[in-house]
Design a protein around this ligand. Sequence first.
Ligand code: RB5
Length: 195
Amino acid sequence: MRVGMACDHGGFELKARIASGLARAGHEVVDFGAFELDDTDDYPDFVIPLARAVSKGEVERGVAVCGSGVGASIAANKTPNVRAALISDHFSARQGVEDDDMNILCLGGRVVGHELAWGLVTAFLGARFSGAERHIRRLQKVAALEGGNTGGRRTSCRRGRWHKVQRGRGHHGRLLDRCAGPVLHGHIRRGGRPR
Ligand code: RB5
């Protein structure tokens, strides 16, 4: 999987460990910094570029590490299509994806040990959104708050991101729901029913 990573000084060491573990496990790691340990750096400078890359589908998932993981999760969640959470247990690392389609895992580099952090990352990356109707309904209510959207219907596109749905006619005049996000997402589902 293509996984983006970001940290500030509080998460610098843990990010390096996780990044090398992910590379060893065959993942492609895209590093958004910090690239050197600087006690005066600011987590938004690294976490926001990561969050934007997740939002645009440039990386499938993200892992953000600051000292507590709190600042990273606050910053990441300001970006549309990002569902970030500060996680410190395996159950939430897995269920956060299955139920809530979490796409950025936030960790506290000064809170969790290396082994626990690695277990959380592998549980997060190994989980998939269930697509259950009740979870889609809940996520649609959350997504309706984003970007000034006042409640237009949204659905998840093939890449697991949430966009407004645009109704249109495809080949042979068939009704299609298209993702109103970037063109590369293509159509979501035929027949006009939300997933
Ligand atoms: C930096 O000292 C620290 O405040 C930051 O890494 C993070 O814990 C913020 O939430």
